[in-house]
Design a protein. Structure first.
Length: 254
């Protein structure tokens, strides 16, 4: 058996006081130090992914494996300054991606070598964001699931990201036809909410919901832990959070 720790967090690119909140993000990622981190809304314009990797690696305790970064831009000329990425402290065998449409959103896969010489697919994605366009997200989820089942399939798969969909939404239900949510496996339900934090202007309203998930293939049966993280505000400003989303992390026994 191999213990694998995974996480997901939406970075909110460089919006909402990035320069003030970025060190909160680094510190709270270091507190968790997952093996694999799914990142959404990376700003390529400011080299956000590389900056985050470098800052974390510079602060890792002695003996900890440094992170490598794999990232992919959106596949639409107008939105290529943003994308998704993966931080891994385990060897990356290969990476590939699929275009999910709707302004060039992508799912990025890194095939990861475990200490047992097994491999696991770790996938990051960020689905269409317009709330009422549920059919668009359903189509993206179907395309994602089909791609993972048809293209270089492997038994161990972890898909983590911002699905912009509630637990009862069609895209989430598509994913649950093929995969299982680690938070639901551990707690019997999804988180009450992963968005918004007090960083977002949306938080002044009454709405909050669970939009972020970590899914695993059915052969992964043992979830040791599943929890929210990157959820602590600045001690000096209760509205300053690492992002407008909280993150999810999980410990898996493979």
């Amino acid at each position: 058996m191999t213990i694998l720790t995974v996480a997901t967090i939406n970075l909110r690119h460089r919006a909402d006081r990035w320069r003030q909140r970025r060190h909160l993000l680094v510190a709270q990622l270091l507190d968790a130090t997952p093996d694999l981190i799914s990142l959404q809304e990376i700003s390529f314009a400011i080299g956000q992914g590389r900056w985050l990797r470098n800052q974390i690696n510079a602060r890792l305790p002695k003996g900890k494996r440094p992170y490598t970064l794999v990232q992919k831009r959106k596949q639409h000329w107008r939105y290529r300054s943003e994308g998704v990425g993966i931080l891994s402290n385990l060897p990356v065998v290969y990476s590939d991606y699929v275009n999910l449409g709707f302004n060039g959103r992508v799912a990025l896969r890194a095939n990861i070598e475990l200490p047992t010489n097994q491999t696991v697919d770790f996938v990051t994605t960020h689905l269409h964001h317009i709330a009422h366009d549920r059919e668009a997200r359903q189509e993206q989820a179907l395309r994602l699931a089909g791609w993972l089942r048809r293209t270089r399939p492997t038994p161990l798969q972890v898909i983590a990201g911002d699905f912009n969909e509630l637990p009862d939404g069609p895209a989430t239900q598509v994913m649950k036809q093929y995969f299982r949510s680690v938070y639901e496996m551990r707690h019997g339900r999804e988180p009450l909410a992963t968005f918004p934090t007090a960083l977002s202007s949306t938080s002044s309203g009454d709405w909050a919901g669970c939009l972020d998930y970590i899914f695993v293939s059915p052969v992964i049966e043992h979830v040791v832990e599943a929890a929210i993280f990157c959820d602590k505000p600045s001690p000096d400003d209760e509205t300053l959070y690492p992002s407008d989303h909280v993150g999810l992390r999980a410990t898996l026994n493979l």
